[in-house]
Design a protein around this ligand. Structure first.
Ligand code: ATP
Length: 267
């Protein structure tokens, strides 16, 4: 329940259009992952799909978003695990959880198991590796191989990492398909800004939005997202607590380019 809880109860639907940019990643996934999960009968033998996918790239670039969206598109159950919930377990507990995770996922096919920061769980660092992390790693490999060797199983494991070079070599080999998720382009940043601005009253015109996309060169999607959220708070920051008690939503002033310029300085 601890590791599967979120996945079982609060499935968050992510549409393909919610992901700005990353066009080639999306088309790769549609062909290689999503259609095989939806129509397994078409993808057998030499056409059988990869069972392990590694997403790597800078933090905050949408790796989790992609994994969730793949699950939505493939109509698959999404199981997300947090390595820290595994590594802090008593000796032997973590392996049992991994075993349970794969068993529950197999019982809910088609299913996707998403492991964020997979490097911290399955790293190659052997110097300080104790017996329990080795056993945990082996448990994973057994299940990854099990899923890969059985065509009937509609189970996909997606790992995400900012440090692919830290990953255990044997584990990396299991992630047959590896995809780099880069920082967003100017166009993608613009899309993210536009999407967030749709949710608030603002006075920005196309030129100003374009300028913001330009100014956020080097920002990740998550950075752009928090910049917009910060700027969107500006009208509220002007209010005293008493004013905030009584003001109606439609009376709030619009968010302006000046708020964004301030946010760029503050963040
Ligand atoms: P980490 O490596 O830190 O786990 P990540 O690559 O998994 O990060 P996400 O958690 O998917 O990144 O992205 C964080 C947030 O940033 C998302 O919830 C979303 O709001 C925004 N974001 C990032 N990339 C994009 C994108 N390409 N399109 C739209 N929103 C994005």
């Amino acid at each position: 329940e601890q590791i599967l809880g979120e996945s079982m109860h609060d499935f968050k639907h992510v549409a393909w259009e919610d992901i700005a940019g990353l066009e080639s990643a999306k088309s790769t996934f549609l062909e290689a992952i999503i259609m095989p999960l939806r129509r397994p009968d078409l993808f057998t033998g030499v056409r059988s799909p990869p069972r392990g996918v590694l997403l790597f790239g800078p933090p905050g670039t949408g790796k989790t978003l992609i994994a969730r969206s793949i699950a939505s598109q493939a109509k698959a159950k999404f199981f997300s695990i947090n390595p820290s919930s595994l590594t802090s377990k008593w000796v032997g507990e973590a392996e049992k959880l991994v075993k349970t995770l794969f068993a529950v996922a197999a019982a809910h096919q088609p299913a996707i198991i998403f492991i964020d920061e997979v490097d911290s769980l399955l790293s190659k660092r052997s110097g300080n590796e104790n017996e329990s992390t080795l056993r945990l790693k082996n448990e994973f490999l057994i299940h990854l191989d099990g899923a890969a060797s059985n065509e009937e199983v509609r189970l996909l494991v997606i790992g995400a990492t900012n440090r692919p070079q830290e990953l255990d070599e044997a584990v990396r080999r299991r992630f047959v398909r590896r995809l780099y998720v880069p920082l967003p382009t100017k166009e993608a940043r613009q899309k993210i800004i536009e999407k967030i601005l749709r949710q608030v009253k603002h006075s920005l015109d196309a030129t100003e939005i374009n300028e913001l996309a330009e100014l956020t060169d080097g920002y990740s999607g998550a950075d752009v997202d928090s910049l917009c959220r910060y700027a969107s708070m500006a009208p509220l920051r002007l209010l005293t607590p008493d004013q905030m008690e009584v003001i109606e939503t439609h009376q709030l002033p619009a968010v302006t380019i000046i708020d964004f310029k301030q946010a760029l300085r503050d963040i």
